[in-house]
Design a protein around this ligand. Structure first.
Ligand code: NAI
Length: 367
């Protein structure tokens, strides 16, 4: 049964998931199928997507599933071979979420994934530039520190880059920080904690700011113990390795990533639909046109100078922000001056890492 409300001004929301048949793609698509604000969920992959789409289609929610699998002919290297499936999957999308690409195996770093995943990202970015240039793009594919730079460079090449609409999904680091600090305290209510995480999304580039959590955990006795704090920080920075090891070669974080990706998408969607303003970190290009970025860069410059650090301010950074219809509404820069000494030192290390990772992404596109 359907009712038609002619006064309804809610926009039609189409979300595309590229890499939807994968370990992250499937549970993420399930969570999105349950979202009452989504009208169409377009699922795209190079394999297995009809089965995933058919399965999700049996769920009695009002989200229309469309299924798009890359055809064999589109696989040829000929310039003539248009990938119609990808084009159809992304056309008229408000949001494109990208968990396409190889996950880590034991012993691999996210950097090891770069060559394969950068090539995948390149194709997807070119199609988005041509067929869905106004969409908001959320990149999950690793190494995020570099793949987001690949997207940006390709969007610039096609003259469609909008810095307010390109996001590296780093929220899993925040989700892990909340969970791990809760475990240290009493194991209850992990999602009552709200630990901001800045920097990047791999190892030492991840900078959890426990001193700036919503709950006043900076006064907690356990965190005054340097060893406990260090191992907490290390667990956040290398939390992905716990999963890779536990899965014994069968992939990296998928279920927690799907949860985190869905959480991030909902925060953006809440801003987009003007339902609720929530602040969360994402890895973005620090473009001066974004409100708060000039202040962020000035504060970082002062911090680096004060500490005699000859480090370039990264072009990309995970920083907390709010969202609206245009993507990023406002970037929060106040965390810079609130970092304690330990966090500042971690940030300097992170900035160095990020600069190298970004350069890798840029060189890939221009080589
Ligand atoms: P997976 O291998 O299970 O799934 C990847 C999917 O991408 C597969 O279904 C594959 O067919 C598809 N794919 C490959 N080439 C494609 C192309 N050209 N176009 C569209 N789809 C394509 O991998 P999983 O575990 O889902 O991870 C996906 C990515 O997410 C990996 O790069 C992983 O490192 C990353 N990841 C990111 C996290 C984050 O916090 N941002 C956390 C965990 C993983």
């Amino acid at each position: 049964m359907s009712t038609t409300d002619t006064t309804d001004t809610t926009p039609f929301i189409k979300v595309s998931v590229l890499g939807a048949a994968g370990g992250i793609g499937q549970p993420l698509s399930l969570l999105l199928k349950l979202n009452p604000h989504i009208n169409e969920l377009a699922l795209y992959d190079v394999v297995n997507i009809p089965g995933v789409a058919a399965d999700l289609n049996h769920i009695d929610t009002d989200v229309k599933i469309t299924c798009h699998m890359k055809s064999k002919s589109a696989d040829s290297n000929s310039n003539e071979s248009l990938n119609e499936s990808l084009k159809n999957a992304i056309e008229n999308s408000n949001f494109i979420i990208i968990p396409a690409g190889l996950p880590r195996k034991p012993g691999m770093t996210r950097g090891d994934l770069f060559n394969i995943n950068a090539n995948i990202c390149k194709e997807l970015a070119e199609y988005i530039a041509l067929y869905s240039p106004n969409s908001i793009v959320l990149i999950i594919s690793n190494p995020v520190n570099s793949t987001v730079a690949v997207f940006k460079e390709i969007f610039v090449k096609f003259n469609i880059f909008n810095p307010k609409k390109l996001f590296g999904v780093t929220i899993l680091d925040h989700v892990r920080s909340n969970t791990f600090i809760s475990e240290l305290i009493d194991g209850t209510l992990p999602n009552h904690y709200n630990v901001p995480v800045v920097g990047g999304h791999s190892g030492h580039s991840i900078v959890p700011l426990f001193s700036q959590s919503n709950c006043d955990i900076s006064n907690l006795k356990i965190l005054n113990d340097e060893n406990i704090l260090d191992s907490l920080i290390h667990r956040v920075q290398y939390g992905g390795d716990e999963i890779v090891k536990a899965k014994n070669g069968l992939g990296s974080a998928t279920l927690s990533m799907a949860y985190a990706g869905n959480k991030f998408f909902n925060i953006i969607l809440n801003g987009y639909l003007n339902i609720k303003e929530i602040k969360i970190s994402s890895y973005i290009y620090l473009d001066d046109s974004i409100p708060g970025i000039i202040e962020l860069k000035n504060n970082l410059k002062i911090l680096l100078n004060k500490n005699n650090k000859n480090i370039k301010i990264p072009e990309f950074l995970a920083t907390p922000m709010t969202f609206d219809l245009n993507g990023i509404k406002n970037v929060d820069y106040t965390w810079v001056n609130k970092m304690n000494h330990k966090e500042q030192e971690m940030f300097f290390i992170a900035a160095d890492f990020i600069n190298q990772n970004v350069e890798k992404g840029i060189n890939f596109v221009h080589s």
